[in-house]
Design a protein around this ligand. Structure first.
Ligand code: ADP
Length: 310
């Protein structure tokens, strides 16, 4: 059985805007599933449908084997949603927030205490538990909010851009936390993100949405393999040298795709070894100053750009 099964859904808002067009996707139990897409692609609309806040116009959604519209009440108790605005009461301590949450879900007191201790310990929040939320940094607040939402033992956890605006250290702690939620709590995690690196590192499955449609769904490796060609990357010391070299290289290698980056140029290649030698010779012969030359494999970012362009 799948955790989430979306079959051919459409969503038309009352003002006539159509946000989803025949969307299909499957989320397996116990996986981290990332939804990627540019602004306006339909991510929030889909999350609103999956979290039972709004209905579809047509199509079918099953969650945990139940119908998302008919069995909305049941599903609501099996899922948790962590939005970008925290749901914690900032005047209360973390422990008080968690106790309050346990009462909302009618969790017996002894069981609630056990869950709180475990969650605080697993997510390194024990030392923060008796301070008011208002005294926490942004990163700790987000982790505390997720811990709070795990109080009800949800089967599926929705995370809307969990690391947006975080520094790299807080982001890495959050990634560890998300993996722990999957590995040690067995919770299915459905997240949206704008960071391709994050999707690449965290996801078992990625789905790319564009204009309300599913462009592709697969593992990060499957998505990267969409772009079969490797490239030869020439690196430069600064932007100006890159620009000058680009204008020459583009003309010489006009039959191939040449891409300009900030301080490097990528030339698509089918035969990397011989192209590497040929391009190296060309650069030296034409006195083009470069700082490095290497073969690079396509990244998830390359795949995302290609797929969303098409
Ligand atoms: P994303 O989260 O990927 O940015 P959204 O689901 O918010 O995408 O938006 C998809 C489309 O639906 C956009 O064209 C947006 O303007 C429209 N939309 C979103 N919410 C509403 C709403 N409540 N009423 C009308 N149109 C909406």
């Amino acid at each position: 059985m799948l955790a989430i099964e979306v079959k051919n859904i459409e969503k038309k808002y009352e003002n006539g805007v159509k946000a989803l067009y025949g969307l299909n996707l499957d989320v397996k139990y116990g996986e981290i599933f990332s939804l990627l897409g540019q602004n306006g692609a339909g991510k929030s609309t889909l999350i609103r449908i999956l979290s039972t806040y709004t209905n579809t116009t047509s199509g079918k959604v099953k969650m945990l084997g139940m119908d998302v519209e008919k069995d909305a009440e049941f599903i609501r108790f099996q899922i948790a949603c962590v939005a970008q605005q925290i749901s914690l009461d900032t005047h209360l301590t973390l422990q008080e927030n968690m106790l309050f949450q346990s009462q909302l879900y009618r969790i017996p007191k002894e069981e609630a205490k056990k869950r709180i201790t475990k969650l605080l310990y697993e997510f390194a929040l024990t030392s923060y538990s008796s301070y008011p939320i208002s005294s926490f940094s942004g990163g700790i607040k987000r982790r505390a909010d997720i811990a709070l939402n795990l109080m009800s033992n949800p089967k599926i956890l929705f995370l809307d851009e969990p690391t947006v605006g975080m520094d790299i250290q807080s982001r890495q702690i959050m990634w560890k936390m998300i993996k722990k939620i999957r590995d040690e709590f067995g919770t299915t995690v459905f997240l949206t993100t704008h960071y391709l690196e994050e999707a690449n590192i965290l996801s078992d499955t990625i789905c790319i949405l564009k204009d309300g449609r599913n462009v592709i769904q697969g593992t990060p490796e499957e998505l990267r393999s969409i772009i079969q060609q490797n490239s030869i990357r020439i690196s430069f010391n600064d932007n100006q040298k890159t620009q000058i070299a680009y204008s020459k290289i583009r003309l010489t290698f006009f039959k191939r795709k040449v891409r300009l980056n900030k301080v490097s140029i990528d030339i698509e290649s089918l035969d990397c070894q011989s192209d590497l030698e040929e391009i190296n010779k060309y650069l030296i012969k034409n006195s083009i100053q470069f700082s490095g030359i290497e073969i690079v494999q396509p990244t998830l970012e390359d795949a995302f750009l290609r797929l969303t362009k098409e």
